[in-house]
Structure formats: C-alpha cells, structure tokens
Design a protein around this ligand. Structure first.
Ligand SMILES: Nc1ncnc2c1ncn2[C@@H]1O[C@H](COP(=O)(O)OP(=O)(O)O)[C@@H](O)[C@H]1O
Ligand SMILES: [Mg+2]
Length: 274
C-alpha cells in the first residue's frame, strides 16, 4: 500500500493578534493519494486558506506535520524547500495581487519555466502560449497585461501559471469561484484531463458543492478551524452525518432539485453562503 502523496497530521496554526494569538487551524489531519482530489469546504473564516498557505509553506505552522511524498515540510527551512517548491503550486482566491502588472500574460505563464531552468525563451513562450490556449483564453491575450483582463480571465492566467512548472500537487483556493458557469465547467474539465494525464494531486477549496461533486474523490468539512466531517464525497454529500454538513448542503442546494438527479448534473452554480 502506497503512502498518501500528501499527509497532514495534527496541523495547528496560530496567528499573532493584538493581545495574544488566535488559533485558525486546530488539530486538522487529512491525507490524499497521488492522482486524487480532496475538496475542503466550510463557511468563510473556518481556516481553509490558512491550511492552503501552510501546505504551500507560505506560512510556517505552529505544530503538526505536512508530509509531501514522504518529506515533512512543516518545519523545513526555506533553503531546503526551494528545490521542492516547483512540485507544489497554488492558485489563489484573488489572482490580481499575485500577477505582476508589468508583465504580459505570456511572460507571467512562462516565468516558472525560466525558474525551472528552461533556457530557450522561444521554448518557454511556446509552452506558455499552449497553456493559455488550454485554459480557454484567446491567442490575442498573450501580449496583454493583467489590468486588461476580467477577473475570470486573470483567474485562468493564474491557473496556467500554476500548471506551467508541471507540479505534482496543486492547491486551488476558490480558483474557479469568479468564473461564470460555462468557463468554470471548461476549467474543471481541463483540470480533470490534466489529472488523468499526469496523475497530479489536487486540494480543492471551494464554496461550491457542485464543483465538489464534479472534481473531488474525498471531502473534508471544516468549522471554526476543526474538521467536522470527512469521507468519500459521494457518501458525505448524499448522507451527511453531521448537522453542520447538512446545513451547508441545504444552503447550497435546493432539495427539490436533488430528487432523482445524478450528482454530475447537480446545478453547478449554486454556492454556499459566506
Ligand atoms: N494573518 C492573519 N492574522 C490574524 N488572523 C487571521 C490572519 N489570516 C486569517 N486570519 C483569521 O483566521 C481565520 C481563518 O481564516 P482563513 O483561513 O482565511 O479562512 P477561510 O479561507 O476559510 O475563509 C479567520 O478568522 C481569519 O480572520
Ligand atoms: Mg479563504
């Protein structure tokens, strides 16, 4: 039996706040096998983005282990993390702040390839153009700057950039939330086919239970920094054991639309409150 590709054990993250500290993530454990997708759901403020940042080691956890392909990165110094960073990438909730306003879309998507040592600029730009096409942006986008794109288009540039270094783990933090339904379906389809092709592992943070159904094998439901329910997506969403999960589901799905409807056909655009 293979080890899970990502295994988070007893993760605790405290933020320093005036007058003390605030525990945003409180003893959270989960794992996901290589080539699989875990969805993380829960109301705003429950700690989802904090988990994402810890797994990316954008923040250092207070305690706990984050085993990535067997290496615990929770307290690894930056000097040792550097060589691993291209293996795990994140698509941010708000891509605007993370895209350099002075670079063109093509340069933004090509940049990770330069850092990875792809020497030929022509080769980097060819790969970037291909990715930009894959995420559904027109060729005319290549020479545009972030300010010339809509929020949804910027989100797709962020996805293309994250995929450029061919990561083994992609953490998507509300990555498709700003997209309209048809583009969202297109991007989810793209992410699924990339997974089938490459065996990439996804952690998918979303408010949207339709997206959860569409993309994830397992699900973790969070409330106030803790896991309240976890398991196979189909089981948890059809027969939630916890009141809180039932509440989330009620908030997201009109029960009348669930009668006799196969999960794949659940309305994709319905979102959880918050
Ligand atoms: N840098 C920070 N300093 C202090 N508190 C923070 C910081 N970042 C997030 N928090 C708090 O931690 C909790 C979890 O935040 P977050 O992980 O962003 O939740 P989510 O992504 O589920 O909305 C929230 O109460 C938030 O206000
Ligand atoms: Mg968040």
């Amino acid at each position: 039996m293979d080890e899970p590709f990502l295994s988070v054990e007893n993760l605790v993250v405290d933020y320093q706040v005036p007058g003390g500290s605030f525990r945003a993530v409180d003893d959270v454990s989960f794992s996901v096998d290589r080539g699989r997708t875990i969805a993380v759901v829960g109301e705003s403020g429950c700690g989802k983005s904090t988990i994402a940042k810890a797994v990316m080691r954008l923040i250092t956890p207070t305690s706990g282990a984050i085993r990535l392909d067997g290496t615990d990165i929770a307290s690894l110094p930056e000097s040792r993390l550097r060589s691993m960073r291209s293996r795990f990438q994140m698509v941010f909730q708000d891509p605007y702040g993370s895209l350099d306003p002075h670079m063109t879309a093509q340069e933004i998507v090509a940049e990770p390839l330069r850092l990875q040592g792809v020497r030929s600029k022509a080769e980097r730009h060819r790969a970037a153009a291909e990715l930009i096409d894959q995420v559904g942006l027109p060729v005319a986008s290549l020479d545009k700057h972030p300010s010339e794109f809509s929020g949804g288009q910027r989100q797709r540039i962020g996805i293309a950039r994250a995929l450029a270094s061919k990561p083994e783990l992609l953490v998507c933090d509300e990555a498709t939330s700003a997209l309209d339904v048809s583009v969202q379906a297109q991007v989810l389809g793209l992410l699924r086919s990339i997974q089938e092709e490459t065996g990439i592992t996804y952690v998918f943070i979303t408010h949207n239970l339709g997206v959860v159904q569409e993309i994830s094998d397992t699900i973790m439901v969070m409330q106030r920094g803790r896991v309240v329910e976890a398991g196979r997506t189909s089981t948890v969403l059809t027969t939630p054991a916890e009141d809180y999960t039932r509440k989330l589901r009620r908030a997201a799905l009109d029960p009348s639309t669930m009668q006799g409807v196969k999960p794949r056909h659940l309305v994709r655009s319905l979102s959880l409150a918050g």
